[in-house]
Write a new protein. Sequence first.
Lengths: 115, 115
Amino acid sequence: ETGVTQTPRHLVMGMTNKKSLKCEQHLGHNAMYWYKQSAKKPLELMFVYSLEERVENNSVPSRFSPECPNSSHLFLHLHTLQPEDSALYLCASSQEQDRRYNEQFFGPGTRLTVL
Amino acid sequence: TQLLEQSPQFLSIQEGENLTVYCNSSSVFSSLQWYRQEPGEGPVLLVTVVTGGEVKKLKRLTFQFGDARKDSSLHITAAQPGDTGLYLCAGARRELTGGGNKLTFGTGTQLKVEL
């Protein structure tokens, strides 16, 4: 595997379900991100992990819970979601070294549908 | 709130035509990136511009960073169907505290190039 991978690619869940999204980066980066992409809205940054420590939580509801066990893996645990949470969830990684460049590399995303 | 406005929002052109996409903000960025996203996939980084007035070329794509580092443009010469996709600009600001490289994404330009 190369780059950034995400599983599953598609997920349909009910509002009472618990599910998790997984992201893995094979680039040797030390920062990882979760974004939400909804129709007709700019990408919304949800969480940032730098050196496995959460450094950003952009007022995301507690029904979304991130986990970063090491610099290569990132999870997003989902619990009692709402239909408006249906979106494409993107994971990205970058090398926290030269903040001036801020180049991020994205995975293919998980298309989430909440019924 | 830093906003990046892209124009046009939608663009449908014929193969062989030229086009320009604009990315504007009232904020100054330390660098600016352009991404292309195809349906069902994550954004793919095309280029990063860092210096005010900088021009970078990637085959038929020409990227320019404004002198004041508040805006950018993407010009495509002789567009091809393979150029079809969602074009996103993203501005980075140097963070004084915390970690991770945080980007502000533009509103996106959906380009369709037809035969």
